[in-house]
Design a protein around this ligand. Structure first.
Ligand code: IVH
Length: 680
């Protein structure tokens, strides 16, 4: 898609057209990214378009529309959800738990329709997503209401939370969009997102979610959409509700129409002619279950033809034309042989059950997480107990319950440690937290993890600096902060076991090379709580330099896309900690230069920073940014004393005022173009 330069119109008109253009562009790129998995632009370019729209809407609040991508996250917390009555009740499905019951379903249908047992029926097979059913209402193509299933008749209005799902269009695109389209689908969390949420919870001393479904439910039922926005929920649509202006002849036809309009559909959906093909799909999915990036708890088989569906009709709570084929739960019974205390990167001490190894759906399980001591007490888990363990989306399985009837009286309870099992520091339990933490700053697991993270591929990418060498650096006492890595000598490295000249040279070269990593990676490498790779990149883009980031206020931080209060607070706390600043300084002194990518050395704007504000009519914000970056400068979002130029378009507001107040040079659009000079 091309961006157009709009000329010869009033700034207000330009702004209106540009805002509309940006919304369509952003929706288009969302579809490329989330649905087609084939993005046309980089994240940074997407962010720049997004920010441009945000700034336009700031200047012209009357331009904001409810389907604007900037409105995905509302800012007000609800007291409670209001209720929504579904136009058509949301039914549930009858279950089958094995191939025999699936074949019975097929025979039941044939009997009802008066077909012979050998006449094949055309089905559609789908994975049964293990999440929560929702109904989405699109009126004239715009998402207006989203509700939970509730009791099937009445659910809760969770529109604000559903809007935060980035893969879901706020406005449908394409041809033949119906006046009314209700679609049902399943909201779920990917395993990766679930594990990240639990890691964060653990770091914050909160009780983790037991499985992705509960995490998705907890996230969807948040009264504050800002919290939901930080939980990357997904949705797959699977059934029509009430419609007006849409006529689907089959389930396949429904899927292809809604996918064309931009709605997310599971790519594993497959037609099956005859029940044996549907049974094969069930077996196949059970095999694939372990390698899917989300949890499924079975498959769903539906009669493809809508006409035949109508003929079959429904019973009181479920349709006759579909069946849920459930997988057996991934559970096993085993014995807790011991309970260990494991110290994590942030000092949280987690009890871990050592189990008598047992196989659960093809995987041998020898450990289970017990989460925390509250959980142990609640379930009364003791060493020697016979327990039910379940694999439920987590890397490590969990103990579901104790089989108390199997106790012999010899079982021993496990208490939290008073001293850290790793470093001997005192252990504390922070008020309101369920976690027990080691507060020792130099506690080896915490420090080891932070170096591993620093050197890892997405961070400073120090090739060859793996677990083995880090272990030796620590035991030889050669590093007490990550900055020390940049002061290691060849002699230091030669003290390592099995170290040769060549290896030492390679390692020193890798450390030296890492000094040139860009700012995004450097920020990520610092290991600031809640700052992942993507957030680090956004921060680098938005602030342009480490100095700017260090000085950024809480308000400036929360104004960045995807950065909420917790993340902003965590960044401030990190930079307000003296020890951290000292470590950073020492790295910079050693020659680490975390710069923003794409800088042209020796360009006319090298070292200069620009802020663009107001409605620009001669060029777009993207184009301006590229012009600046091509000449080695940076375009940043907020005005400070360090800003060199503010380029103000029509109706520039607070940023212009701030520039004047700080004595920053203000340029008109024409003056800026003069400064850029003739293009090469
Ligand atoms: S069809 C009348 N398709 O399973 C059609 N349901 O046990 C009703 N589910 O409440 C649902 N994946 O929450 C359908 N591909 C899929 C599904 C699916 C998950 C859930 C849904 C439903 C429950 C029924």
């Amino acid at each position: 898609m091309q961006l157009s330069l709009l000329e010869n119109a009033s700034p207000r008109m330009n702004a209106e057209n540009r805002a509309e253009e940006l919304r369509i562009l952003l929706e288009h790129h969302n579809k490329r990214y989330y649905q087609l998995d084939d993005p046309e632009i980089s994240d940074a370019e997407y962010d720049a378009l997004f920010r441009e729209l945000q700034q336009l809407e700031e200047h012209y609040p009357e331009l904001v529309s409810s389907d604007s991508p900037t409105r995905r996250v509302g800012s007000t917390s609800l007291d409670k959800f209001s209720s929504v009555t579904h136009r058509l009740p949301m039914l549930s499905l009858e279950n089958a738990t094995n191939a025999g019951e699936i074949r019975d379903f097929d025979l039941r249908i044939k009997k009802y329709l008066g077909l012979l047992p050998e006449e094949p029926i055309s089905y559609v097979c789908e994975p049964k997503m293990d999440g929560l059913a929702v109904e989405l209402v699109y009126t004239d193509g715009v998402l207006t209401v989203a509700s939970t299933r509730g009791d099937g008749v009445t659910g809760e209005d969770v529109t604000g939370n559903i809007r935060t799902i980035r893969s879901l269009p706020l406005r449908l695109t394409g041809n033949g969009i119906p006046r009314l389209l209700e679609v049902r689908g399943e909201v779920f969390l990917s395993l990766e997102a679930f594990q990240q949420i639990n890691r964060d919870k653990e770091e914050n001393g909160e009780a983790p979610f037991v499985n992705p479904r509960n995490a998705a439910a907890g996230s969807l039922r948040q009264l504050d959409p800002r919290i939901t926005a930080r939980r990357p929920l997904s949705v797959y649509c699977y059934a029509p509700g009430s419609t007006d202006g849409a006529d689907f002849s089959s389930q396949q036809d429904f899927f292809s129409a809604i996918a064309d309009w931009g709605l997310p559909v599971n790519s594993l959906v497959r037609p099956a002619v005859g029940i044996e093909a549907a049974v094969a799909f069930y077996d196949e999915m059970q095999q694939q279950r372990e390698s899917l990036p989300y949890e499924i708890d079975g498959t769903v088989i539906k009669v493809d033809s809508i006409a035949i569906q109508r003929e079959l009709g429904e019973k009181s709570r479920s349709p006759r034309w579909a069946v849920a084929c459930k997988f057996p739960p991934r559970q096993a019974v085993t014995v807790v042989e011991d309970i260990l205390h494991s110290v994590g990167r942030t000092g949280v001490i987690t009890p871990v059950a050592l189990l008598k190894p047992v196989e659960i759906s093809g995987v041998t399980v020898a450990r289970a997480t017990l989460h925390n001591w509250d959980e142990i007490a609640l379930k009364d888990i003791r060493i020697g107990d016979t327990v039910v363990v379940e694999r439920a989306g987590d890397v490590i399985p969990a103990v579901v319950k104790v089989l108390t009837e199997k106790r012999c009286g010899e079982e021993k309870p496990s208490l939290p440690p008073e001293l850290c099992p790793q470093c001997g520091s005192a252990v504390v339990r922070i008020a309101d937290e369920v976690a027990v933490r080691c507060m020792g700053l130099a506690c080896p697991p915490q420090f080891r993890e932070s170096i591993m993270h620093f050197a890892s591929r997405g961070a400073m990418d120090i090739e060859g600096l793996g677990e083995k060498f880090i272990e030796q650096l620590l035991s030889l006492g050669l590093v007490s902060s990550v900055a020390d890595l940049y002061y290691l000598s060849r002699d230091d490295l030669m003290k390592f076991e099995r170290m040769g000249d060549k290896l030492a040279s390679n390692l020193l070269a890798a450390i030296e090379n890492s000094k040139q990593r860009d700012l995004g990676r450097f920020i990520f490498a610092l290991g600031i709580r809640h700052v992942g790779e993507r957030t680090a990149k956004s921060l680098a883009q938005a602030f342009g330099s480490l100095d700017n980031l260090e000085r950024a206020t809480f308000e400036e931080l929360v104004s960045i896309r995807d950065i909420g209060a917790t993340v902003a607070q965590s960044i401030r706390t990190f930079f307000d900690t003296k020890g951290n600043i000292a470590v950073i300084r020492r790295m910079l002194e050693a020659g680490v230069t975390p710069a923003v990518e794409m800088k042209k050395v020796g360009g006319r704007f090298t070292g200069k920073s620009f802020v663009f504000t107001g409605a620009l009519s001669r060029f777009t914000r993207d184009e301006a940014r590229i012009l600046v970056e091509n000449e080695g400068g940076t375009a940043v979002g907020s005005v400070s004393k360090k800003t060199d130029y503010v380029v103000a378009g029509e109706e520039a507001g607070s940023k212009l005022a701030k520039a004047r107040e700080l004595g920053v040079t203000v340029l008109s659009e024409d003056e800026f173009l003069e400064l850029v000079g003739p293009m090469e």
